[in-house]
Every structure is written in C-alpha cells, then in structure tokens.
Design a protein around this ligand. Structure first.
Ligand SMILES: [Zn+2]
Length: 226
C-alpha cells in the first residue's frame, strides 16, 4: 500500500512535548529530499519552530490527528510563523476543532487563538503526497468524532486513539466507547512492526499493543468497557 513503501530508516522523526498537557508534536520527513510534515501543532509555537529548524526539513503541511485544544492550540501561531502551511483535518472533527478558543478559556489557560479553518479534509484510505513523503489516512473516531491516524513509512501517528498500554478517553464531549472499539479493531489490521507515536507518552508498536494492551485485547474480543 502507498504510505508504507518508504524504508523507515530513511525517515527523520522528531518530537517536542508542548504545553501543560505535554502533548507530543511530531515532525516526520525525508532527510535527503527535506520534504516533511508536522503532526499536531499543540502549542508553544517557538518550540515547534526550533524543532523544524533543527530538522532542516521543509514542512509542507500540518496534519491534525484531531482537534482537541492540546493538539490544535498552536496552529494559528505556527501557520503565521511558517508563513502559512495548509492544515489537514477530518470533516467530522469540526465540533471539537471549532471550539479550541472556548476550551482554553474553560481550562483556565488564558487566550489561545482559534485555529483558522482547515484547508483540506482527509478521509479513510486517502494518501496525501508531499514531495517524496506520503501519508496514508486511517479514520479512527471514538476519542473524538473525526480522529485519524497518519501512516508514513514504518511510522504511524495516532493522536489520542491509543497509547502504550492504554487508549484514549471517551468521556469528553463527543467521545464514544463503542466507536473507539471499532477503531481499535481497524487499527489492529495494520502491520505489527509499525512504530506507534501517540499524542502523549512513549512510543510502542502495533504488535506490542496487540500482545499487551488490555483495551486492545478487549476490543479484539468484541468487549466494550464503560
Ligand atoms: Zn484528545
């Protein structure tokens, strides 16, 4: 499949945890062609810009796994800093994405500028091409209605759908556990070797989660937790 045809050793992957939420903002790119993307512009744009500078990558796009405040709070400032880069988001994420500024006020975070409307919508199985980099989209709702993962070479960027040993919460507005269960079943159709980069915490692999994650095991046997 497209999106998995790049040997992983050819890709540069880097991460900066941002804001009090310690959300992992990622960059992924080709160190030879310098083509790259940023995944989830969570906040602290100065940190993101220095990660980009350090990488030497030409960032073509901001790919959003979802629209929660901790993942999207930095989009406005980063777009300004990068002199405008297109933002990719799933259409079903609007109820979340459109209220980033309000959520920040609710969390007492002070003013976080509302991200501009997304430039492009993504959908299941779509393959986005950015120079020599391609990103395949997997639609994984449940934590939020428009959550997606991006597969780039041997890496998958999953947002808050799955974490090492855990899964995303479904008790926030628009979250839904049975939907997340179906998304985990879909995610587990991916290769065991794929390296999983989550929105919070450390890396894992599809295979490791299949073997050790109790929520994944429950989902694969058709169970839905409270
Ligand atoms: Zn989230």
């Amino acid at each position: 499949m497209n999106g998995s045809n790049q040997p992983r050793e050819q890709l540069l992957v880097d991460c900066t945890p941002v804001t009090m939420f310690q959300m992992n903002s990622w960059i992924c790119g080709d160190p030879v062609s310098k083509d790259g993307v940023l995944i989830d512009a969570g906040g602290e744009p100065e940190k993101l810009l220095s990660m980009i500078e350090r990488s030497n990558l030409n960032i073509h796009a901001i790919l959003q796994t979802h629209g929660h405040l901790d993942h999207a709070g930095g989009i406005k400032a980063l777009k300004d800093g990068l002199l405008v880069r297109p933002v990719y988001l799933h259409k079903s994420e609007h109820p979340i994405y459109d209220t980033v500024e309000e959520s920040a006020a609710m969390f007492g975070m002070g003013y976080v500028p509302q991200p501009p409307p997304p430039d492009h919508y993504v959908e299941q199985d779509q393959v986005l091409e950015f120079g020599t980099i391609s990103a395949r989209v997997i639609f994984l709702p449940g934590h939020t209605p428009g959550g997606v993962a991006y597969v780039i070479g041997g890496h998958i960027f999953v947002g808050d759908t799955i974490f090492k040993g855990s899964v995303g919460r479904t008790d926030l507005p628009f979250g839904d556990t049975p939907t997340l269960v179906r998304s985990l079943q879909l995610l587990m159709q991916e290769d065991d070797e794929l390296i999983v980069h989550s929105g919070h915490g450390g890396d894992t692999t599809i295979g490791e989660e299949r073997r050790t994650n109790p929520f994944v095991q429950a989902a694969l046997s058709g169970q839905v937790w409270a």
